[in-house]
Design a protein around this ligand. Structure first.
Ligand SMILES: Nc1ncnc2c1ncn2[C@@H]1O[C@H](COP(=O)(O)OP(=O)(O)OP(=O)(O)O)[C@@H](O)[C@H]1O
Length: 504
């Protein structure tokens, strides 16, 4: 496929607001990729490069040569050039990289150059695009969309799934199963305003789990090899040696565990979330030891448990893991028992509870009715769309955040309000640096950013507001924390906000 046609597809996808038309355009492009182009082409359509690191920075891109008049590049040729660039290393690598980038760019037209710069700079990366591509892959490969989605959730890699669907069809997709050592998308929870509402969704009997406010961990062990992954499937094994040691000490040889890692104080009460998060993040110095607590078991010594009902998985978990490493769990048969368990969790300083159905399988990557979280305080995970420069004491810092909810219909974001409340000096400093990195337009007053950073917001309610594009706005929004473990594609949606407004 000609690279110029892929560039035109991306432009056409951005230009139309119809989801159906976007999917059709993407499917059409996927069909036109040659077999050896599928991996790279799928990545480009998702706004990414196939290669994780290219070593190409802005300075190199800025010095790109003048564009070619006629398009001659193919997707395959671009991929081969980028592969060669990413392999450059050792002495003189800077100059060699520059030379190769120069050669690629001089063969590209002006439109193609702009697109390449976007791909190298990460500006075209769009979480929302992944959902469209899943539908497009299903259409182009003529396979059920549910198969594509499940394969993606198990493999975590769009390029791999796209290649399987387009070259091997349904049979190739069915081969994606849980593999010990490869992370899979974790099951997620819906939220409810009360324990009664949660029980209405899960049904009774149910279990009420303590909701620990730490970081989600998925731990894979095969023999002596242990790997720890975050909610977004990043490998953080080297940062959590105490979790590795705890799992290595288990009697089972092969396990995949789902749980939460927490920082505790000396009395066993939870420490603030920031302490856990800073331990797990790349930045930040070690503060406290983290303790793992497990609430699910997905694989045990050769047996996959994903499709087993909760009750069986949990029974196997209780056998495989010693009691101090298990999340607090209460089996309930009445709303009164559930209310007691909720009150006890809050009294112990925990964030809330997760009510779970014992009948349900482990729903990889889904936010279904089988797990329902209940917290005493309502919060939303929103995406920062722009930031205003501060005044007075906050002069020189990016301060007032423009907050957006995700719109699954368009793949875009709908602004719901602004806030600078809750920001500590440390957060102001951090966010100024972060948002300058994400800036796409730096005005004197407002800096517009790529919609990638998720922030957890507390608020007092949702009100109708004709001033905002979605017709609703948050009352007294304030920042609780930045969520680096959650991609923008999983931020809360405008539908959730409207449901809160309508009191449902
Ligand atoms: N016992 C538990 N069972 C399931 N999840 C738990 C439990 N305790 C803590 N958690 C955490 O709660 C999260 C479930 O909420 P959800 O799926 O909505 O993800 P989230 O948006 O990251 O949650 P939140 O924003 O409420 O922390 C899990 O990802 C996990 O990190």
């Amino acid at each position: 496929m000609r690279f110029v046609d892929l560039v035109a597809t991306s432009a056409a996808v951005s230009a139309t607001s119809s989801r159906k038309a976007k999917v059709e355009l993407l499917a059409d492009a996927l069909r036109r990729l040659g077999p050896e182009e599928v991996v790279a082409g799928s990545a480009y359509l998702a706004g990414e490069l196939r290669q994780r690191q290219t070593g190409v920075g802005w300075a190199t891109l800025r010095d790109a040569p003048p564009p070619a008049g006629e398009p001659t590049l193919t997707v395959g040729a671009v991929d081969r050039a980028i592969e060669e660039i990413s392999k450059v290393g050792g002495a003189g690598s800077q100059a060699r990289r520059r030379e190769l980038v120069g050669a690629l760019f001089s063969a590209a037209t002006a439109d193609e150059q702009r697109h390449l710069i976007g791909l190298f700079g990460g500006e075209l990366r769009q979480g929302a695009q992944a959902g469209l591509l899943v539908d497009a892959i299903a259409r182009a490969g003529e396979v059920p969309v549910t198969l594509v989605r499940r394969a993606l959730l198990l493999a975590g890699d769009l390029k791999e799934v796209s290649t399987a669907a387009l070259t091997g069809g349904a049979a190739a997709l069915a081969e994606f199963t849980l593999r010990v050592g490869r992370p899979l998308a974790p099951m997620l929870a819906q939220s409810a305003a009360s324990v009664d509402d949660a029980l209405a969704a899960t049904g009774v009997p149910a279990v009420v789990d303590v909701k620990l406010d730490g970081i989600r961990i998925q731990v894979h062990r095969s023999g002596d090899e242990v790997a720890v992954f975050t909610r977004s499937l990043d490998d953080i094994t080297s940062r959590l040696p105490e979790v590795v040691a705890a799992v290595r000490a288990l009697p089972a040889r092969e396990v995949v565990l789902d749980g939460e890692a927490m920082a505790l104080d000396e009395t066993g009460r939870p420490r603030p979330f920031q302490e856990t998060a800073s331990r797990a993040a790349t930045r930040g110095r070690p503060v406290t030891a983290l303790t793992p607590y497990f609430f699910d078991l997905l694989h045990l010594d050769g047996a996959d448990l994903l499709d087993a009902p909760g009750r069986d998985r949990w029974a196997a978990l209780a056998e495989a893991v010693p009691e101090p490493l298990l999340v607090g769990r209460t089996a309930v048969t009445t709303p009164a028992e559930a209310a007691d368990a909720f009150a006890a969790a809050l009294a112990a300083g925990q964030e809330g509870v997760v009510v779970k159905s014992p009948e349900s399988p482990y729903d990889v990557g889904r936010r279904g009715a089988a797990w329902v979280k209940v917290k005493p305080r309502h919060t939303l995970d929103l995406v920062v769309l722009a930031v205003e420069w501060g005044h007075g004491r906050r002069k020189g810092w990016l301060s007032n955040l423009h907050l957006g909810a995700r719109d699954p219909e368009t793949g875009g974001f709908v602004m719901l309000g602004k806030t600078f409340k809750g920001l500590t000096d440390e957060l102001l400093r951090w966010q100024t640096e972060r948002f300058l990195e994400l800036a796409v337009h730096k005005g004197d007053w407002v800096v517009t950013v790529r919609p990638e950073q998720v922030v957890e917001i507390a608020f007092d309610g949702v009100q109708a507001s004709p001033r905002y594009p979605g017709g609703v706005a948050l009352r007294f929004a304030r920042v609780l924390r930045y969520r680096d473990d959650k991609p923008a594609a999983e931020a809360d949606t405008i539908d959730t906000v409207r449901a809160i407004h309508n009191g449902t």
